[in-house]
Design a protein around this ligand. Structure first.
Ligand SMILES: [Cu+2]
Length: 292
């Protein structure tokens, strides 16, 4: 074998190995991600490029339904601690809505990869859900998949926390007064999981579980902010409690490097940010009035 033949032999072996390798990895990822732009090797890598922020305010057009007083006579301990417990499905102050869960549903990061193609580190910090005055605090919260949720009982009575997921495992758990915190985690993405208490039928909370940390809940001023969003174009969803399964609004938002994108949503009678036509076209003539 002369020197030239040897070189060709080595080259052709190397080339066929390369071809084999790319055929295997290509076949595995192309079915799962149709739009990875051929970057299959780092398909589940963390994002490390430029980021921006999405922020906005959730408004309510028209007169919101007034909170109703909850009858807590079934458990005297609840009445002693919370004599004026009110429903909190619609908390509107000065026309701004609290407890709206805002999150990135899907989208494409600059460069062409889908947001779902990146991996995100689960925070080691816990998110707390407290039962206080026979009421869940917070009413709406978000966690990442496998992030610890710490459930505490601050009441002198027994609660029974009962998330009712569709995709995650359903399990209810009794927590007596003075019992240590219960730790829970959800293994699958699910927006949102309703939570009830088997002891107190009025108690309600909602948990959004996502594979990424790109979510937020509107405060009492209706404001929310999602930081660390990779530059790209996204479908942002705002969900709030109401009706049988809640109300949802969507918006397309473009985030630039170090930029701040606005995403204001409106609920209520004359909503403007909805993609669906509103049936009620009356202008919001009345200012929201807090009754009771
Ligand atoms: Cu309870």
């Amino acid at each position: 074998m002369n020197k030239q033949t040897k070189v060709w032999l080595v080259l052709s072996i190397a080339l066929s190995l390369l071809a084999l390798g790319s055929a295997c990895s290509g076949g595995g990822t192309n079915t799962a991600n149709s739009n990875t732009g051929g970057a299959s090797a780092d398909a589940a890598a963390p994002y490390s490029g430029p980021t921006g922020t999405i922020s906005g305010v959730i408004s309510y057009n028209g007169t919101p339904p007034a909170p109703k007083k909850i009858d807590t006579t079934a458990d005297p301990v609840c009445g002693q601690k919370s004599p004026n417990l009110m429903t909190d499905d619609t908390i509107v102050k000065d026309g701004k809505v609290a407890n709206t869960f805002v999150y990135i549903k899907e989208g494409t990061v600059e460069g062409g990869k889908k947001i779902g193609d990146y991996s995100w580190t689960t925070p080691t910090s816990e998110v707390q859900l407290d039962q206080n005055g026979c009421h869940y605090a917070p009413h709406v919260l978000g966690v990442m998949v496998n992030q610890k949720l710490k459930i505490t009982n601050s009441d002198a009575t027994q609660h029974n926390i009962h998330p009712t997921p569709k995709l995650n495992k359903e399990k209810n758990q009794t927590q007596a007064n003075g019992a240590p915190p219960i730790e829970k985690a959800f293994t699958r993405s699910e927006v949102l999981i309703p939570v009830k208490c088997n002891q107190h039928p009025w108690m309600k909370a909602y948990i959004g579980v996502l594979k990424h940390p790109l979510f937020s809940v509107s405060s009492d001023t209706g404001a929310f902010e999602i930081k660390g969003v990779p530059a790209g174009k996204y479908t942002v969803v705002a969900w709030r409690e109401g009706g049988a399964n809640g109300e949802e609004k969507t918006m397309e938002v473009t985030v630039t490097a170090n930029g701040s994108a606005k995403a204001d949503f409106s609920f209520g009678g004359a909503a403007t940010s909805s993609t669906k036509p509103s049936l009620q076209m009356m202008p919001a003539l009345e200012l929201p009035v807090m009754k009771h």
